[in-house]
Structures are given as C-alpha cells and as structure tokens.
Write a protein that binds this ligand. Structure first.
Ligand SMILES: [Zn+2]
Ligand SMILES: [Zn+2]
Length: 275
C-alpha cells in the first residue's frame, strides 16, 4: 500500500500545486496522500506558508478530497514548527493531522530565529553565534526542543527525527556513534514512546541529495523497534516526481530493523497496515 503524508506544494516551498501531487499519486497507484504545507510562523521566512493563505489552503485540499473521492484518499495536514511561543495549530478547523518538526532555534540576545537544518554555512552560523562554536551544545538543544514538543504539543507524526545530521555527510560536524549523541537520541525516543507518537521514515534528505541515509538513521530505527514506536513511510516531497523516491529501499530497511507494519491515516482513522 503506497502513501505519503508529507508533501510541500506552492502554498509553501514546494514546486507545484497540491493537485499535481494528487495526479502523480494516482498514476503511481497510491492509496492515500496527505498535503502538509509548512505552517505559518511568527517571523519572516521564504519557505513557510503566509498566515493569510491558511484558509485558502484548507479549502483547496477539501475541494480536492471531493473531486478525487473514490480514486485517492486525500488528507489535509500541516508541518508545524516548534519554538518557544509558537502557535498550536493542532485543533485548527479542517485539519486532519500535524507533523511536528524542529527547524529553528531562538537566539535570545539578538531575538533571531536561527536555522538548524539550513545550508552548511547557516548551520555553522547557528553553532558559532548561539553556541559559541560548540556543536554538541547545538545538537543537545535540538533534541531538548524535540522532547519539549513531543511532551507539550504532541503531534500526530514526528517529522525527520534526526534532521540535525543534514549537513553532517562524512561526519563533518559530529559522530553519531559517540555516547553523548546516542544518549540524546535515546532520551528523545523514551519520550516519543511514552506519548505514542508516530515517527516518520523520511526519504526527503536522500531525494534532495543532502544525506545518504534516511531520517532517522538505521541504528535509530533499531532502537525505535525495541521500544515498539510506530512508524510511517513519508517522502517529504517538494516535487510530484519524488513522492515515492527511495521507498523500496526504505521499506527494506524497516524490515531489517524488525518492522512488519506502518501506521497511517486510512478511512479517516489511524491504522496499522502491512509494510
Ligand atoms: Zn521539515
Ligand atoms: Zn517537510
């Protein structure tokens, strides 16, 4: 059964309209798709949805649900950002689900929101300005924010759990196998397990050429399986051509970690289906 609940259209930083993703999903034999624009944030960006677009966005997904009824299940989602003082969109009318992600960190001295998963130069800037050059402090702060989000604003789905490794090809900034890193991740997994949040297996880092590994890494998948944390395969597609990129390989990785099913939104309820 093919699906993705993580797609970005022209309502935020994706390349085409939601309907283009829907047509691609139908042609590839998908059962369900979720459209998940980046939720508006309280500061300027060039990749989140403008607040005045929210209602148009939800109405257009609703109209598409009707238009393609019987051909494809369509859901209205949002990828919401967690940062101190962020708006809670979870009960927003017309929304079927949220993907909770951490992309920014607030720098109090300058009152700026600094990127955690931008370009390598942005990553270095955040590390040097906010954390005095200490990459370990940056990463531990990332996982602390993620834990706070899962506890205080529990999303349906956790977005790209270890996106903090986006610029870490060839261990440029840190080594995932150092004990302090493993500990930070495992603390997050304990809270995720307690809150029963679905963790997405996100192929977007690979499809956009940032990483050679999935979000999350193989060793984290195994640690998730030990805790019986539910998973969902998502593509984080910014173009209709990439809605199923790397899916066969990701499915194999999940099976190697011991997973036999994923949890998805089907017939308007969360269900476990075979991988
Ligand atoms: Zn994201
Ligand atoms: Zn995304």
């Amino acid at each position: 059964m093919l699906s993705t609940y993580h797609t970005h259209s022209l309502f935020c930083d994706g390349k085409l309209m939601p309907e283009d993703y829907i047509l691609a999903a139908i042609s590839k034999g998908f059962t369900a798709i979720g459209i998940s624009s980046h939720a508006p944030v309280c500061f300027e960006t060039d990749w989140t949805m403008k607040p005045e677009k929210m209602d148009e966005y939800l109405y257009s997904v609703l109209a598409l649900k009707e238009k393609y009824r019987g051909k494809l299940q369509i859901y209205a989602g949002l990828e919401t950002d967690y940062y101190p003082g962020c708006r809670d969109y979870r009960k927003y009318p017309g929304l079927d689900y949220t993907i909770g992600s951490v992309h920014f960190i607030h720098h109090q001295q300058s009152n700026q929101y600094m990127a955690l998963d931008g370009t390598p130069d942005e990553f270095i800037k955040t590390r040097d300005i906010v954390f005095d050059g200490e990459v370990r402090c940056l990463i531990e702060k990332y996982y602390t924010l993620l834990i706070e989000m899962v506890q205080n604003q529990t999303p349906d789905i956790l977005g790209h759990l270890d996106i903090i490794k986006k610029n870490n090809k060839g261990n440029r900034f840190f080594n995932e196998f150092e004990p302090w890193y493993r500990e930070a991740v495992e603390q997050a997994l304990d809270v995720i397990q307690k809150q029963n949040v679905i963790v997405e297996i996100n192929t977007g880092g690979i499809s956009r050429g940032y990483t050679t590994e999935l979000y999350p890494s193989d060793w984290i998948l195994a640690a998730m399986r030990q805790r019986d944390i539910p998973v969902m395969l998502n593509s984080d597609a910014h173009h209709p051509d990439t809605i199923d990129v790397y899916y066969p390989q990701a499915r194999e990785k999940l099976k190697s970690a011991g997973y036999t099913q994923q949890r998805i939104l089907l017939d308007n309820s969360w269900q476990n289906v075979p991988l």
